[in-house]
Every structure is written in C-alpha cells, then in structure tokens.
Design a protein around this ligand. Structure first.
Ligand SMILES: OC[C@H]1O[C@](O)(CO)[C@@H](O)[C@@H]1O
Length: 577
C-alpha cells in the first residue's frame, strides 16, 4: 500500500505545489539552522537536485545502505509471506481438523473437516482489518517515537500475534485474534518501513531501495507458497502450518536486527528540531563527513521541506471537497484507481489460488499451482521497476487492463464451459487436464499483466497527483479504499466462488473494462511532471486523452498550441459525456 512513500519523501523535499508558495528568511538566526535562504518552491526543487548531484556515488559504495534497506524491506516481506501462506493453511488437513467444522461425506459414513465460507472469509480477511488499523492508527507512532521505535514496536506486536496463532490448539477464534494482531503490526510496518527506507536512502538510489519493498512483498508471497508446499507434502500434523508460522519469528528478528545498524531518520530528527543528530544520520547514510558541504545542502533541503509542510498546515476535510482547485476530482480519481487495483482481482488468485486449483482440478496440486503464480508475480516485479520509471502511467494502466481482461475472458470461460458445463450447482465437476493447463497459463499471463502495471502504478499515480497541502489526507483516503476492497474481496470470495464458480472472473473482468474507460477518460499522464506542473495540468483542464502531449508552461516552445490539449477537436471524446 505504501509504495508511494518514496514519492512522499522525494516530493515533499523536492517538489512543492505553486499554491503553497512560501518564503523563508534564513540566516544564522533561523530556528532550525538553515544555512541558506530558500525563497521559493522552485529554488527548493533546484537545491534538492543539486544536493542529489553532490551526494551521488557509484553503486559499489552504496552496498551498506542497500543492505540496511533490504533488511527494512522485510516489512514488505512479512506482508507477502502472510498472503502466500494463509491460502495454503486453509487447505491443510491438520489446520482444517483443528479449526474447521465437520460434515459427513456424501454417500458414506466418513466425516470430513472443512471450513464454511464465513470461517474461511474471516480467517483470511481479519488480517486485512488489522492492517487497516495498523496503517491508519498505529502509524502515527512513527512521528511520535521515531521510525526505529515504531518498527521495534511493530515487530513485538507481530511476534505476539504469531505466538497467539502458533499456540492455537483447537480454538478457531484464537487464530482470528492472532491474525488481527499480526495484521495491525504489518499495517504499521507497511507505512513505517517504506517511509524509513525513503528517508535513509541517498537520493540517487532512492527509487531502487523503495522499490525493494514491493519486490519483497512478492518474494514473501512466493516463499510462502514454496514453504507451504513443502510442509504440506512432508507432514500430516500441525508442523504443516506451524513451521511456516514459526519462521515468522525469524523475519521479526531480522527486522529487529536491522535496527541495530540503522541510524534514526534525519527527517524525523529535523521534525523534532534535533538538527545535529539529523546531520550525523545523513553523514552515516551517505558515508561522508558531517562537515561535508553535500551533507549541509541535503540538510537544508530537508529543513526547508519540513518547514514548508508546517507552513502548509493541515488541510481540513472540507477542502477535500473543493472542485474549483480540482482537489475533489483528484480525490475521486485516487479512490477509484486504488479501488480498481483490488477489483482487478489479483488477490482472488493470491489468497485463493491454492483453494481454487486444488478443489476443481483434480490432476493438479493447488500448492504447486500457487508456486507457479508466486514465481511469475515475483519475476514480473523486476521489469516492473523499469517499466514504472520508463513508460507513461496512462499507457501502462490501459495496456495492463486490456491484458488482464483478455486473460480473464479465457480463464472464466474455460472454467465455466469445461468444469461447470451444467451450470454452477454441480459440486462434483468433471476434471480436465487440458482446461486446467489452459487456466493456469492464463492466470500466469494475468499475473504478469498485473505485476508489471497496476500493482505499483496505482500508488505512483496517486502520489504524483495531489497538492502538498492535501496530499496526506487524499493519499490516506485512497489507500483506505484499497484496504477496504482488499478486505471485502478476501472476505466475500469464498461465498461468491461457491455460488457462481468461475463466472466470478467475469465480475473482475467487468471492473477491468470499467477501469479501461476510467483511465482513458479521467486519468491524465503525470510522468516527468513536478507536483507543480501536475497541478497546472489539472487547473488548465487538459483532456486526459490528450495529456501525453501536454507541455508545462515553463517548457513550452513558441509553436506550442495550448488549446490543443484542452479542446476536443473533430470527433473527440468530450462530447461522449
Ligand atoms: O504482489 C501482489 C500483492 O501486492 C499488493 O498489490 C500490494 O502491493 C497486494 O494487494 C497483493 O497481494
């Protein structure tokens, strides 16, 4: 959820909206010790670029800080690891025996253990509820106590949650409680770790280190699937699920271990007016002496941006509904885009892939199918790092939607036609290896399309769209929409798949068709624009489908015709509405 925080760190230090023009008269008397006058947002932007240049170093001299960020990215890993393991747990014989219900197998006297849809939905989704709480409420602790203490606190909460789950013997509600607690720790980590990585990283490697977070989410999912496969195959007792859960202690220790090597964030120190400690922290992270001019420059940028945020103050909720400055329109965009990221259906596969493939494709092992999905997701996230920075947001989202639509048509149609040829009620469908192969292949294409586009672009786009004054609130609401849909989908999927089987894929397909039109008609391109330029673009009323050729005021050549981007000529789309 918080991939955007790279931008938070960068944008807030380097890009400031024109609306929030500020002026600081800085001299030796400046309360925070700003060494140089920074009088406008443009100057701040220029200063940030200069500081970044001065701090540049070959990557070989960055190994230490990259390793530290890698350990902090374990916050993403634990999130992914939960996604990758829970779907398997609900299919494990020992887990079902302990926490499921009993029923008689049709036509025999045997009793089997199973999970009702409600119990399945709750076991999976309570984690998301905890995450939402951690990210919206507990995350405030990072500003109060510092990033390091917040992470240490999250690791302790995480360990408690895992302990409660691992010690569950028969009581399903103990698992529920454990998952809520673990979720709240992971929600907290998802905010703090990304912010902290962004704040510690020298500017030249920041996009790389922050991207490590999503990479670690996908690696966590993949490893979770792998470990589940192994324990499910080799054990019939509680080791099936207790081993993967037990490994979580190791992840928590790695996070705590990292804290011994990392300095506290310089930005946090500046926020607390502890400037000398901020300087020390910057010096350590950049491997420079604290008297180095580059350190002073970077410190100036951080101080100015913190001050700027203070001056911008807190926007009231009423301001979010203003249409004149296009804030409300942008909020709608963020909420819809973040909702659609979940409504694309990715977590149907990540959480329930094992169940779905296991239940209907008798020739396939659901656990093996998950490993394939997890690997495709992880491997596709590597090119995603490049794609996000290289190609336009609009085109990637549009192509991603089209790709996923195509895959879901095939996936759902094959499922509906070949596995439930007589409607949805038949609960003993014929199994078909051909159908299974085809569905798995198209699931992989689908995951590829998702991981390379919508997975991270939704966050990038939102983080680039809001003026600083309302940014935190708008991002918070948009991210909350993502969590809420994540919860709804993980809770309701068992009911829906029981009722309409693979036709569920058509629901996601419908959402993706909507997403295509929504992006086409509503989402302007933001790549390579500063926050200020994005603001201009919205205020000028640039038509989204023409926004790729938009040139911001400062960069226009004499022959640029500004009306072209705002008026719909010929058979344009504006009339469509
Ligand atoms: O890699 C897929 C995972 O990444 C997310 O989109 C979060 O960034 C999750 O919703 C999903 O489980």
């Amino acid at each position: 959820m918080s991939k955007n925080l790279e931008n938070h760190t960068y944008d807030s230090s380097a890009r400031v909206s024109k609306e929030e023009t500020y002026s600081q008269s800085n001299d030796e008397n400046h309360p925070l010790g700003l060494s140089k006058t920074i009088t406008s947002e443009k100057e701040l932007e220029a200063e940030a670029a200069e500081a970044a240049d001065l701090l540049k170093k070959p990557i070989s001299q960055r190994i230490g800080i990259i390793l530290i960020c890698f350990c902090l990215a374990f916050g993403g890993f634990v999130f992914g690891f939960d996604t990758g393991t829970i779907g398997g747990f609900i299919n494990m014989s020992d887990f079902k025996r302990r926490f499921g219900q009993k029923r008689r197998v049709a036509g025999s006297n045997q009793v089997e253990h199973y999970f009702t849809d409600v119990r399945t939905g709750l076991i999976v989704s309570l984690f998301n509820v905890g995450c939402a709480f951690g990210c919206l409420v507990l995350a405030k602790s990072m500003d109060l106590f510092g990033r390091k203490l917040a992470i240490a606190g999250a690791a302790v909460i995480y360990i408690v949650g895992i302990l409660i789950q691992i010690c569950s013997f028969k009581k399903f509600y103990q698992v529920f409680i454990g998952r809520l607690i673990t979720g709240s720790a992971v929600g907290l980590l998802s905010v703090v770790c990304v912010a902290f990585i962004g704040e510690l990283s020298p500017p030249d490697i920041r996009s790389l280190t922050v991207a490590l977070y999503q990479l670690m989410v996908t690696f966590g999912i993949f490893l979770g699937y792998l470990i589940n496969f192994g324990t499910n195959k080799n054990y019939t007792n509680s080791a099936q699920w207790r081993i993967p859960l037990g490994l979580c202690f190791l992840w928590a220790l790695m996070l705590i271990g990292a804290l011994f090597f990392v300095p506290e964030s310089s930005r946090y120190y500046v926020e607390k007016n502890r400037i000398e400690e901020a300087r020390d922290s910057l010096a350590v992270c950049n491997k420079l002496s604290k008297d180095d001019p580059a350190i002073q420059k970077e410190l100036d940028v951080i101080i100015a941006s913190v001050e700027n945020e203070r001056l911008a103050g807190n926007a009231s909720f009423r301001e979010l509904f203003q249409t004149k400055n296009k804030v409300f329109q942008r909020l709608v965009m963020g909420v819809v885009i973040m909702s659609l990221q979940q409504l694309s259906g990715d977590n149907y596969f990540f959480y329930y892939g094992t169940t779905v493939f296991q239940a209907v494709l008798k020739n396939f092992n659901g656990f093996q199918c998950s490993i394939i999905i997890g690997m495709v997701n992880f491997v596709s996230t590597l090119p995603a790092l490049y794609i996000v920075s290289r190609f336009g947001r609009r085109n990637c989202l549009l192509i991603g939607s089209l790709g996923m639509i195509a895959c879901l048509v095939v996936y759902s149609s094959v499922g509906v036609k070949r596995l439930w040829p007589d409607g949805y009620s038949d609960n003993n469908p014929p199994t078909s290896k051909g159908a299974g192969n085809c569905m798995i292949v198209f699931t992989c294409f689908y995951i590829f399309c998702f991981a390379t586009t919508w997975a991270s672009l939704a966050y990038t786009l939102c983080s680039e769209s809001y003026p600083l004054r309302v940014k935190a609130k708008c991002m918070g609401i948009a991210t909350a929409a993502n969590w809420i849909w994540g919860f709804l989908i993980s809770f309701f999927t068992p009911f829906i798949t029981s009722a309409i089987r693979f036709a569920y894929g058509y629901v996601f397909m419908g959402c993706l068709i909507f997403s295509f039109f929504f992006v086409f008609f509503y989402v302007p391109e933001t790549k390579d624009l500063s926050l200020e330029e994005v603001n201009e673009l919205w205020m000028e009323g640039v038509l989204p489908w023409k926004s790729t050729s938009y040139v911001p005021k400062d960069r226009r050549k004499a022959d640029y015709d500004a009306t072209l981007a705002t008026t719909d000529t010929g058979k344009g789309f504006k009339r469509f509405f």
